[in-house]
Design a protein around this ligand. Sequence first.
Ligand code: AN7
Length: 402
Amino acid sequence: MAKYRLKCIECGLTYDDDRVLCSCNGLLDVSYLNPPSDLRSRWVGRRISVWRYFELLPVKSMSNIVSLGEGGTILYRCGRIGEYFGLRELYVKNEGGNPTGSFKDRGMTVGVSKAVEHGASAVICASTGNTSASLAAYAARAGLKCFVILPHGKVALGKLSQAVIYGANIISIKGSFDEALKVVRGMAEDHRLYILNSINPFRLEGQKTTAYEIYDQLGSIPDVVVVPVGNAGNISAIFKGFMELKQYRLTESIPRMVGVQAEGASPIVNAFREGLRHIEPIENPETVATAIRIGNPVNWRRALNAIYSSNGYAVSVSDMEILEAQKLLARLEGIFVEPASAASIAGLRKLLEEKVIDRDEHIVCIATGHGLKDPDVVTRNMNSTIVVESKDASEVVKKLLK
Ligand code: AN7
């Protein structure tokens, strides 16, 4: 690991010792002071995964790593869905291939390793579902107590069952994710509780490896990367990854970063449309994509910076467009993602209409979570079972082919 420093994105104060938040309560960025100059030759011998990039991750010793084998997810070239949208080079990075089925594992392997380094005995998060599933698994792996605070009735079944089976202590609050996060931030003032929401700078360090992997898998930098946005940590982390590749002279360009939000939960898109440098939180966010049902994203400042400074864009999509894209990706490519992930695919049509992308560009959509996370949304919205009374084969065939 290279030595690093933490710097507050609000007041600019720097720290050489580890902490989660600045004394002003601002979020902290990690920057490396002396990364080795032979990064590429160190990486080539290791398989593609989060820890391939150990030199640019803030964990002090490899022996501190808490891992379930995260990262190294497949970057699919999607010719059929590309053709459907009229795009020549469309790729989907399937983060559902991670150990607990979402990109959150990239951040948790680093974040929980840091919790162990700090000697924490309990970890805590608020979550729309995937963060809690991931934290619960990594806490179990590390032997740490885990508390997750969830918005009551708004977490998809697959995610909830993961938190239960991994042994997390589950607290359900009658409120939104944004309210749950506020509670958790208050609770984390007790230093026995180590917070692993995306206010934690070390988690974002793990998530930036998505950018490194895309570069390694494509052998080049794509023109555009499309990311579903909720609390806005992931788009910020991926942008940081690309910026570091450029900073360390591994690449020359960065992609345009495009954020996609659900119409009922789109504070970042609203700010972008108005050309603003700040967001207006949304009081009662609502969308079928419960993972991104977030009205007051904590990483809004970083996300707007990623979008503006990469010459990127932001669009919102309706619930119907999300469900349609989820079905398309499954039926044209055999890739089953949860609704929040399908938002990045749903956004493509608008990006073409608004002439943000053109058909010859290399586009990468991030599919953030596995479809089995939220089975209800599929069975609720698609009635495709044919019920047959008869057990006679020829009767069944007759019914099918009628
Ligand atoms: C599948 O689990 O916020 O913009 O608490 O689960 O980094 O928040 C989940 C977010 C996209 C948005 N896709 O990422 C949580 C949580 C899926 C997600 C997002 C989430 P961010």
